[in-house]
Write a protein that binds this ligand. Structure first.
Ligand code: MF3
Ligand code: CO
Length: 266
């Protein structure tokens, strides 16, 4: 399999696809409060998809049954929305959303703490560290760097804050398909791996735990939980490499050479 580099025109279409995905995800996060279920979030997402003329990237993907992944507390990724998962104040909730617009895919995920009580300092630290690690990874997604520099940046920031980086899942190239070459590891060595070139578009998605990094998959064949039961967090942005620098397509406040920021919900 080969990396499919995107033209500036394709990146323009992907910007629009990614902004729509990011708007949907913000709307979903705005709705989060104690007492709602993760299935309620998925229902809202289905409505938002219809309103915007999007096509879910998740529904039916290897038979995945929903349009979002809602991963609660010890769930790392790929939590399936459920009527029986009722949110409580202080829960660590990750919501992942991906969809196609005009044939191109956007992929974005955020972790928040369910409002309503003073969150545990340890939960807050995990969410903040996962976001910081993504910032460090995005800043390395530059012409002249290598993919190992991205993984190294994510891993070193995460471990310096006492968190572990999950190894079983990676980020990925993205475009006309949700998952394209290359895989983007969240760990690695500086100056190793594929060279980063203009037109590369990747989803970078660090998954961190407050304990050990091993995960296991539940009976439903999707839900990935930490083996040691520790809390996990996940942030994901889709980023295009331009000659002016990284452009985080899933953030309204990013432009080429400026990765922008996210307001954390902690
Ligand atoms: N956003 C996830 C990823 O980056 C995809 C979720 S898996 C799916 O890999 F089956 F729900 F699509
Ligand atoms: Co992804």
């Amino acid at each position: 399999m080969k990396v499919r580099y995107k033209s500036p025109k394709e990146i323009g279409i992907m910007r629009k696809a990614c902004m729509l995905c990011s708007e949907v995800l913000d709307e979903l996060l705005d709705s989060v409060k104690p007492g709602i279920s993760t299935a309620d979030i998925d229902v809202l997402a289905r409505e938002a998809i219809a309103e915007r003329g999007l096509k879910s990237a998740f529904l039916g993907y290897y038979d995945y049954p929903a349009v979002t992944c809602t991963s609660l507390n010890q769930v790392v990724v790929h939590g399936i929305p459920s009527r029986s998962d009722i949110l409580e104040a202080g829960d660590v909730l990750s919501v992942d959303f991906g969809a196609f617009w005009e044939g191109y895919c956007g992929d974005v995920a955020r972790t928040m703490i369910v409002p309503g009580s003073e969150p545990l300092a340890s939960s807050k630290k995990l969410v903040q560290t996962t976001y910081e690690s993504l910032q460090h990874g995005l800043a390395q997604t530059l012409v002249g760097q290598r993919l190992g520099d991205v993984g190294y940046a994510i891993q070193s920031l995460s471990e310096s804050e006492g968190c572990s980086v999950v190894r079983q899942f990676t980020g990925h190239g993205i475009g006309r398909r949700m998952h394209e070459e290359p895989a983007v590891r969240n760990y690695g060595d500086q100056n190793s791996g594929k060279k980063i070139k203009p037109g590369l578009v990747v989803a970078i998605e660090p998954m961190l735990t407050a304990g050990f990094y091993d995960v296991e998959i539940l009976e439903d064949d999707w839900t990935a939980v930490t083996k040691d039961g520790s809390l996990a967090a996940h942030f994901e942005d889709t980023v295009a490499v331009t000659t002016d620098g990284p452009w985080v397509l899933t953030r309204a406040n990013s432009k080429p050479g400026d990765i922008g920021s996210i307001e954390l919900r902690v």
